[in-house]
Design a protein around this ligand. Structure first.
Ligand SMILES: *Cc1c(COP(=O)(O)O)cnc(C)c1O
Length: 232
């Protein structure tokens, strides 16, 4: 194992302990929480190191930066597109990335559905919901979620697998708790409606500074960038 891989492994082990503790505190099964390594800060070599030490999920948020990395490592790992997705970039993303975490508007759903049809696949998507209501954040307003699901229910090449949110950047992660709790409540609310294309089981929430609180509130995918890959 190289020195770089050793350092990443130690970081991952420290994170792992924190995840386990959060699972125990909230009575959750460790296997129900998956780490997405967000690799936007690092180059392809580090992605290779992460895969080598056993990381399975890779998250990227910019198409142009992600494509060469995916070209090199795409056959290994499960790739998640987590950033804002422009409609004209859908062609590059669908077919390469398994999951899209940032479905936030009808025009994007139509484009993903069209591309899914061309490739004859069903694309698992996360609906990005702007729970905090911050104007700077992308995502559907919670009030628009049910209408969005009605309008997409005939799109055969999209499956809504989960919900995603970005919490506000706050000093004390406890302040983000209502946002995570809010996303979980929306999942329950949506599932009551029994949309055939939206039996939601996944919650993509929690980043480096607030993942423990997100786990306590039900996160199934945590998106970890700096805590995992940024040098001290
Ligand atoms: C950058 C990014 C992350 C990871 O952020 P960290 O705070 O570095 O862990 C998670 N989700 C999205 C959508 C991001 O763009």
């Amino acid at each position: 194992m190289t020195h770089e891989q050793q350092l990443l492994k130690e970081r991952l082990e420290r994170i792992e302990k924190r995840i386990e503790a959060a699972c125990i505190r909230s009575g959750r099964n460790r296997n129900d929480v998956k780490i997405i390594a967000v690799t936007k800060y690092v180059d392809g070599d580090t992605i290779g190191d992460l895969l080598e030490i056993g990381v399975k999920n890779i998250g990227e948020n910019r198409v142009q930066d992600a494509l060469p990395k995916h070209e090199r490592w795409g056959q290994r790992g499960i790739w998640h597109f987590i950033g804002h997705l422009q409609t004209n970039k859908v062609k590059e993303v669908i077919g390469r990335f398994t999951y899209v975490h940032s479905l936030d508007r009808l025009s994007l759903a139509e484009e993903i559905n069209k591309r899914g049809q061309a490739l004859n696949i069903v694309v698992p998507c996360f609906l990005q919901v702007n729970i905090s209501g911050e104007e700077t954040k992308f995502g559907l307003s919670p009030n628009d979620v049910l209408a969005f699901l009605r309008e997409t229910s005939n799109m055969k090449h999209i499956r809504i697998a989960g919900l995603m949110t970005m919490a506000p950047h706050v000093e004390d992660p406890e302040e983000a708790r209502p946002v995570f709790k809010g996303l979980r409540e929306w999942m329950e609310r949506i599932n009551e409606e029994q949309f055939p294309h939206a039996e939601i089981t996944e919650l993509s929430m929690g980043m480096s500074n607030d993942f423990e609180v997100a786990i306590e509130e039900g996160a199934t995918y945590i998106r970890l960038g700096s805590v995992l890959v940024k040098p001290d």
